[in-house]
Design a protein around this ligand. Structure first.
Ligand code: SF4
Length: 434
């Protein structure tokens, strides 16, 4: 019988993509998937290092499987950003971990495992390597009718708080023809939503002479035949180009959610964060996005960055209200090892961070509700999201990525039309238009 593997995924869409890729690569090598870590011969934990808590969660999950399930013959592999950051340190910290494989090395996972199964030598495989994008064709997708397609790996921005450039290396764009071919294949096999994924889509192609920019790539994907739509994440406000709006304007298939992380509404803090824009620039970009009909603007905010004063934070509240974000991911700052900001300490007390986060969340409820209310009475084309059926209701997403709940049979799939009847701060409710 073949050896069986189980993957536990933590963190962002990039990790979800990587886990699907690991699964495809292992199946190609003859391994079979298991339903739980207890049944598996090989357990892979794809970790996230974006916040201190996330990294500790990774170790505590590993600790729990090592206690519960680890049989002497079971192989435990730590992958993802914590693996890259801690390298051999992870092997020292936990005896039960056999292999440590950073994000740039996962395309070698089959070979690495086969060598380990022969020689039993615990080892870390980290470091930034150029990616062989051909391996991505083997991806084993498990995300319903939605598919992530990575368009570049790594990041060159070095925001002072962020581990991504340290954990995922320098930016490297995937060839455009490879992306288009992958998207065309997915659409043919029935995928209805293609999400182009990068740490910063706006710099796509800058490392390659003939790759073209992201707006061109987006338009080419949108021009493919079939009933689908195409979205993208994430866009750095510093590199925002109006061409992306022109592309969206000219195609009904391009999704209208712009996720532009603001991070702080204080110019002083933005400078220390090394974000490369100020609040004036951000508001100009936000105004352009708002001029595109049916668009939504979402963001990420960090509260309690080292040295953040009450005045700085009030700047964030003001910016949040002026940009009138549809929704936001908001986090309390925690220092990450190896980043420039980690040298600044963690001066804002936990209680102050919590209080600021609560104020921001209260504001988000207001701006979210205000952005959802105008949709009452409209009919939206919604893609059913199979993963989020709840309480007898079905959930779908509009072209601007707003969640809509409505009654429908479980068998219903694909695009439907929904009349929006009511709005809350985080979602809409409606009725299926037959
Ligand atoms: S743009 Fe900044 S925050 Fe985003 S991944 Fe790159 S370094 Fe991190």
């Amino acid at each position: 019988m073949s050896m069986r593997f189980y993957i536990h995924t933590m963190g962002c869409q990039m990790n979800e993509y990587d886990s699907e890729l690991i699964s495809g690569l292992l199946k190609k090598e003859g391994f079979e998937p298991a339903l739980s870590s207890g049944e598996a011969d090989i357990v892979l934990v794809n970790t996230c290092a974006v916040r201190e808590l996330a990294a500790e969660k990774a170790y505590s999950y590993l600790g729990s499987i090592l206690k519960k399930d680890k049989k002497s013959e079971q192989t435990v592999v730590m992958c993802g950003c914590v693996a890259e950051q801690d390298g051999a340190g992870a092997l020292k910290r936990m005896n039960g971990i056999d292999l440590v494989v950073g994000p740039a090395r996962i395309r070698e996972i089959g070979r690495i495992l086969k060598i380990f199964l022969k020689n039993g030598k615990r080892k870390d495989f980290t470091g930034d390597l150029s990616v062989d994008w051909k391996e991505d064709a083997l991806i084993d997708r498990s995300s319903g009718e939605k598919a992530w397609v990575t368009v570049s790996k790594g990041c060159n921005s070095f925001c002072s708080y962020c581990v991504v450039p340290l954990a995922r290396g320098r930016e490297e764009s995937r060839p455009a023809e490879d992306i288009i071919e992958t998207a065309a294949g997915l659409i043919k096999t029935g995928y209805r939503e293609i999400n182009l994924l990068a740490q910063n889509v706006n710099t796509y192609g800058k490392d390659k002479k003939d790759a073209g920019g992201f707006p061109e790539l987006l338009s080419k994907v949108a021009a493919l035949e079939g009933a689908f739509r195409v979205g993208f994440k994430t866009a750095h406000p510093r590199d925002f180009s109006e061409k992306i709006l022109e592309a969206a304007e000219s195609s009904k298939k391009i999704m209208r959610n712009f996720h532009l992380p603001l991070q702080s509404g204080s110019d002083r803090i933005l400078k220390i964060m090394n974000r490369g824009y100020d609040t004036k620039h951000y508001l100009e970009v936000a105004a352009k996005v708002r001029r595109l009909s049916g668009s939504s603007l979402t963001t990420d905010i960090i509260v309690g960055f080292p040295g953040e004063t009450e005045e700085d934070f009030e700047g964030t509240l003001e910016m949040f209200a002026r940009a009138a974000f549809d929704s936001a991911y908001m986090f309390k700052y925690s220092p990450r090892k190896g980043t420039a900001a980690s040298k600044l300490g963690d001066s804002v007390p936990k209680g102050v961070k919590e209080e600021r986060l609560a104020r921001l969340m209260a504001l988000q409820r207001k701006t979210g509700l205000a952005s959802n209310k105008p949709l009452i009475g409209t009919v939206q084309e919604v893609l059913i999201d199979g993963a989020t059926r709840s309480g007898g209701k079905v959930c779908g997403k509009t072209l601007s990525e707003k969640q809509v709940f409505f009654e429908a049979g479980k068998e219903l799939k694909g695009f439907v039309r929904v009349a929006v009847a009511s709005a809350g701060p985080f979602s809409l409710k409606g009725e299926l238009v037959k």
